[in-house]
Design a binder for this molecule. Structure first.
Ligand code: ADP
Ligand code: ASP
Ligand code: MG
Length: 416
């Protein structure tokens, strides 16, 4: 019998009416002859509310207790979906992260170490449906752990891998993966197919439709992943391997060099001035940041002339800014900089596409398009299939829109 994981996001679980609609979809799949495990998110807005409560309770809260608080949203929706399915005469039961268990390490952005599937096997043998709260696991010492924002996607993919599911369907509030966030660019186009690699890059540069870790895991374990709407029927977007029917993929992607544009407002820019031009300076800056678990992203160094003091600019997640500055200030004498300048009103805009590998001029087109509108670029990074620029935050929507048009991604008028 085919096995599937169905994951429903916060908007899909927001209120009893919507949970009833979710239950209908679950019933259809179960009665269609599938063994079904359902992974649910907390109701939309609930996790934000719980995070805010932790902040109000104490500015520097204990991550262990933060997890106790924020994991509760998913417990509520799991129970409510199980009750709703039972009310429809179905054999459904919820199992919390600690009951399976979903073994995890760390707090507030814990990693999944493994998932035991014995309980699930028994549920399936019994013809039942299992409801699992997303976002949560249990540490080796029995504490509740959560997987970082958007972590229910990762719960779903990890569960699909553990139970050797035939597919993992991610139901959300849009009907698939688009060429850019359809809430920003109405001309965005839904993709029928996207490769794991491209989806991984898009997610990592801000397309929050899937948590980055979930895509990485699906890619490593070759889990067929689909993003689709929980509000309307449709094929959604399939996330596939690079070798997936190449001819079909080229046709579907219409040979676009760029597959999508994403933006990320979670960046803060740090500039160190008056740095000594000698070996070891950069290491002295980044080693302590790495030790403090700060995820440094873009890095730009400028050396006016050999021997003269240089400038170093880099970006860190906004939440790590205060912490990063404190780490560096402590080592001011050792590193030898003059000043630390910071800026939070910046955004990273990125273009992603496997077609970049065989096409020159992609980055130049980005720079020209932004220049035509007078948008100043603060930093640049590139990878094999991605170009990212850091620009002032006020230009976010304009930049995403003009790049979407410049790379030929806009939907034809009739579709828009
Ligand atoms: P869920 O609560 O179901 O997990 P999320 O809010 O995490 O949903 O993710 C869905 C949202 O992702 C969409 O509402 C959309 O605004 C946003 N999004 C950003 N980039 C894209 C993209 N390229 N394609 C589709 N949606 C995107
Ligand atoms: N509820 C969690 C969040 O809002 C996890 C998720 O929905 O994926 O981040
Ligand atoms: Mg999400």
């Amino acid at each position: 019998m085919p096995r599937i994981v169905m994951k429903f996001g916060g908007t899909s679980m927001a209120g009893i009416e919507r949970i009833r609609a979710v239950a209908e979809r679950v019933r259809r799949e179960a009665e269609g002859g599938n063994q079904v495990a359902v992974v649910v998110s907390a109701m939309a807005g609930e996790t934000d509310r719980l995070v805010q409560l932790c902040r109000e309770a104490a500015a520097l809260y204990d991550p262990r207790e933060y997890d106790v608080v924020v994991a509760s949203g998913e417990q509520v929706t799991s129970g409510l979906l199980a009750i709703t399915l039972q009310g429809m005469g179905l054999n459904a039961k919820s199992y919390m992260g600690w009951q399976l268990p979903i073994r995890a390490s760390g707090h507030s952005s814990a990693l999944i170490e493994g998932i035991d599937v014995e309980v699930l096997e028994r549920v399936f043998d019994d013809g039942g449906i299992a409801i699992i709260p997303g976002f949560q696991g249990v540490t080796s010492d029995g504490a509740v752990a959560t997987l970082g924002r958007g972590g229910s996607d990762t719960s779903a993919v990890a569960l699909a891998a553990a139970m050797k599911a035939d597919r993992c369907d991610i139901y959300t509030d849009v009907d698939g993966v688009y060429t850019t966030d359809p809430r920003i660019v109405p001309q965005a186009r839904k993709l029928d197919l996207i490769t794991y690699e491209e989806m991984l890059e898009l997610a990592s540069v801000g397309a929050k439709v899937l948590q980055t870790r979930s895509v990485g895991l699906a890619m490593r374990r070759n889990i067929p992943l689909r993003v689709l709407s929980s509000f309307e029927d449709g094929p959604g977007t399939l996330i596939v391997g690079d070798d997936y029917g190449k001819a079909t993929r080229d046709k579907h992607m219409e040979r676009n060099v760029i597959t999508g544009i994403a933006h990320d407002k979670n960046e803060a820019m740090v500039t160190l001035t008056g740095l000594p031009d000698r070996a070891g300076t950069v290491a002295a800056i980044f080693a302590p940041l790495a030790k403090a678990n700060v995820d440094v992203d873009m890095i730009v160094q400028s050396v006016p002339r050999p021997g003269e003091p240089s400038l170093l600019t880099f970006t860190v997640p906004r939440a790590s800014l205060t912490h990063s500055v404190a780490e560096l200030e402590q080592r001011k004498a050792e590193i030898g900089f003059d000043e630390i300048l910071t800026q939070t009103n910046v955004v990273k805009v990125s273009a992603v596409g496997v077609g970049m590998r065989s096409n020159a001029g992609i980055a130049a087109k980005m720079f020209e398009t932004l220049a035509e509108r007078g948008i100043n670029i603060l930093a640049i990074t590139t990878s094999e299939i991605k170009v990212s620029v850091l620009i002032p935050e006020e230009y976010t929507e304009l930049a995403v829109r003009i790049l979407h048009t410049a790379y030929g991604l806009d939907a034809p008028r009739s579709e828009a």
